[in-house]
Design a protein around this ligand. Structure first.
Ligand code: AMP
Ligand code: ZN
Ligand code: FE
Ligand code: FE
Length: 280
């Protein structure tokens, strides 16, 4: 079993990169990917712990792309810190994320909520701030009863505290990933907000543009949905990938490897990705 989607303290997870690797070993996984939002900073630490414990660390990251009606998150694999076209774009995204975060903090304060940007930064440990950290502060201050409650009332798209951040075209990410020796895959595809025909057409276009995989085995999808997505991926020549989207205490229902309990991502996914890995 493997898990190709986890978040650490380098973005909006509550656990360190080392701890994620330890949890993966405890779950009996052969491979774990660390896929922090816009961020590669945790990869070296995760890789060092993985080498000590004898598990494979697949380096990755997650990027928010522009898409409507829903949202499109792209998981990139085989991406390493250093110079390169994708790395360059991640730097730009991190800078914009900070501007967005400051403006969200202002907005929430104007709504009368007990929150400052400094507190959110503190919640995040000084880096990789995301909306779950805002939620954490709101819960701690008693302004929300849970992380989900904070999202539902103040942080989700369409609620009064939400401010959007810069998004990039998925084709640009696919191309940059290629230039960086990495692969791009679409995460939690139901978030795209498409019906079956539209999803089919979109995947046909993206596969043509060089998309490598589709996250079929997702922590929060039921078994029939996963099976349907595997069929879809195969039809478009995409690797059916999968992962938990583990965030530690920010998504308390999800565990490394097993997701909401019944996740089991097949080992072949990482072998198939490896086979499609571009030469940098
Ligand atoms: P950000 O990158 O700062 O926009 O935050 C994205 C994070 O917030 C991801 O980890 C999402 O899983 C989480 N998130 C986004 N929308 C929701 C929602 N409606 N409910 C709970 N978590 C959400
Ligand atoms: Zn996240
Ligand atoms: Fe995501
Ligand atoms: Fe994620």
């Amino acid at each position: 079993m493997i898990d190709l989607h986890t978040h650490s303290t380098f973005s909006d997870g509550s656990e360190s990169p080392e701890r994620i690797v330890e949890l993966a070993v405890a779950a009996g996984l052969g491979t774990v990917a660390l896929t922090d939002h816009d961020e590669l900073g945790g990869l070296a630490r995760a890789a060092a712990r993985a080498a000590e414990l004898g598990i494979r660390l697949l380096p990755g990251c997650e990027v928010s792309c522009s898409f409507s009606p829903g949202s499109m998150h792209v998981l990139c694999y085989f991406i390493e810190p250093g110079a390169g076209p994708l790395q360059e774009e991640l730097e730009r995204l991190r800078a914009d994320r900070e501007v967005r975060n400051r403006s969200m903090a202002e907005r929430l304060a104007l709504l009368g909520l007990p929150l400052s940007y400094e507190e959110v930064l503190g919640e995040a440990g000084g880096k990789g701030v995301g909306r779950p950290h805002f939620a954490g502060v709101l819960v701690r201050k008693g302004a929300a009863t849970s992380i989900q409650d904070a999202f539902d009332r103040y942080l989700a798209k369409g609620t009064p505290g939400y401010v959007s951040k810069a998004r990039v075209d998925v084709r640009d990410i696919i191309e940059r990933a290629g230039g960086s020796g990495a692969l791009a895959t679409v995460a939690h595809p139901l978030s795209l907000g498409l019906d079956e025909d539209e999803l089919d057409r979109t995947l046909a276009e993206l596969a043509e543009a060089g998309l490598a995989g589709l996250e079929c085995h997702y922590g929060r999808y039921d078994a029939p949905t996963r099976a349907r997505l595997v069929d879809l991926a195969r039809r478009h020549g995409l690797v059916p990938t999968g992962g938990s989207d583990f965030h530690g205490s920010y998504k308390p229902d999800l565990s490394v490897g097993t997701g909401a309990g019944d996740l089991a991502v097949p080992d072949e996914a990482v072998e198939e990705l490896e086979a499609r890995r571009p030469m940098p």
